[in-house]
Design a protein around this ligand. Structure first.
Ligand SMILES: [Fe+2]
Length: 392
């Protein structure tokens, strides 16, 4: 397999400058034999990177792509092999209105498959101005809007909307796909399954894990299974809570004292600059987010606390529809674990968990997200009733 740097090049990275910037390695996996394939890349900030997934779904004798990713040469070569085996890519679906990390690859992906129809979640937005699709690189002559223009592949797929929810500057909405032949629910950000070991993608380059496995900037990045797992648990905490309870930011003086040590004067170690101090108990916090034997299915905390705090009704309505899907057996999300068991038993357990816990959490690891949400409310960026705008 040729996985040279040139094949992993993503020249549009400055549009959304996320780690690993111009080089995107892709992991390719078959999730359901002959039916669903997964392509994963890392995306994040300051080595806080989690896998983002593009799915290729077989619909009869053609292919549908859900959740676009930057189409590097490596990614296109693998999809081409699938096209030769199954049939052409005729559909590309961007099922989310808000998730920038899923949108950024769409224009280039649309150009790579000039005969594919494009389907977008309604309420797409661009910042700071609302621009026409063509200006954003999305060809309007072959673009459809989900719901308003119907849905693609109605025989094989049932499409279920979560939201819309008014989040102030934009809307949150995603249209989940229940792929009937495989009984799989394909979601973008609504739910994730997180496991306690690092995803395979990090085997290609464990640097983000090793970077965060340390206690201070003067420590070298040393690879070991323990360091990788420690780094992974901390990445999960970062990605879930932005500022977890057990993370402190040391004083500048302390950070600088541990920076620029002889062996650390390189880009990979960020020159020894490490503005984090993990406090006792961090591991216990992390363990609440990960499943030991099977991935723990959950609403990603950052979504739960910043998108849904006043939108529980919309989430439960979506979950009830999911529960009624005939024969549902697995969940495939655009983040974290690939395919996770998800039957009516797991759905009911999730509902019980939601019923028994406080929805708008304000304490512990949720303290920062709760503070942030309150700030957005106070300055009037997010509305008090996020469902009102769309119920009129
Ligand atoms: Fe996402």
């Amino acid at each position: 397999m040729n996985n040279s740097a040139s094949e992993q090049k993503w020249k549009w990275w400055p549009l959304l400058p996320l780690y690993p910037y111009g080089r995107r390695r892709t992991i390719f996996r078959e999730l359901v034999p002959n039916q669903i394939w997964s392509f994963e890349q890392l995306q994040g900030i300051y080595y806080v990177a989690v896998p983002v997934r593009l799915l290729v779904i077989r619909v009869k004798n053609e292919l549908m792509i859900i959740n676009p990713l930057p189409p590097t040469g490596e990614l296109l070569r693998e999809i081409d092999l699938l096209q030769k085996k199954i049939g052409p890519v005729k559909t590309i679906v961007l099922p989310t209105a808000s998730g920038l990390e899923h949108k950024i690859g769409l224009p280039a992906l649309a150009r790579a498959f000039p005969n594919a129809k494009i389907w977008l979640c309604p309420g797409q937005w661009s910042f700071p101005f609302q621009l026409p699709f063509d200006w954003l690189g999305i060809p309007s002559n072959r673009t459809n809007i989900l719901l308003a223009d119907g849905f693609p592949h109605g025989d094989d797929c049932e499409w279920i909307s979560l939201g819309p929810i008014d989040i102030g500057l934009a809307r949150f909405q995603e249209i989940s796909c229940f792929h009937k032949p495989t009984k799989s629910l394909l979601v973008t950000d609504a739910l994730v399954g997180i496991e306690d070991t690092p995803p395979e993608l990090f085997n290609l380059d464990p640097t983000p894990l090793l970077f965060h496995s340390r206690e201070k900037g003067s420590e070298e990045l040393i690879d070991s299974p323990i360091a990788r797992r420690k780094g992974w648990l901390r990445l999960v905490l970062f990605a879930s809570y932005l500022k977890p309870e057990k993370l402190e930011i040391p004083k500048i003086k302390e950070i600088l004292e541990n920076s620029f040590k002889p062996k650390m004067r390189n880009k990979r170690s960020h020159f020894g600059i490490y503005p984090f101090a993990w406090q006792k108990g961090w591991e216990l916090s992390a363990k609440k987010l990960v499943g030991e034997k099977t991935p723990l299915i959950q609403i990603a905390p950052v979504i739960e606390r910043l998108v849904f705090p006043r939108g529980k009704k919309a989430f439960i309505a979506w979950l009830n529809k999911i529960e009624s899907l005939k024969g549902i057996s697995s969940l495939i999300s655009a983040h974290y674990s690939g395919k996770v068991r998800f039957t009516t038993n797991e759905i009911r357990a999730l509902k019980v968990k939601i019923d028994n816990s406080n929805w708008e959490k304000t304490q512990g690891d949720f303290k920062f997200l709760s503070w942030f949400d309150q700030k957005l409310l106070d300055i009037g960026i997010v509305p008090k009733n996020p469902l009102k705008k769309f119920s009129d």
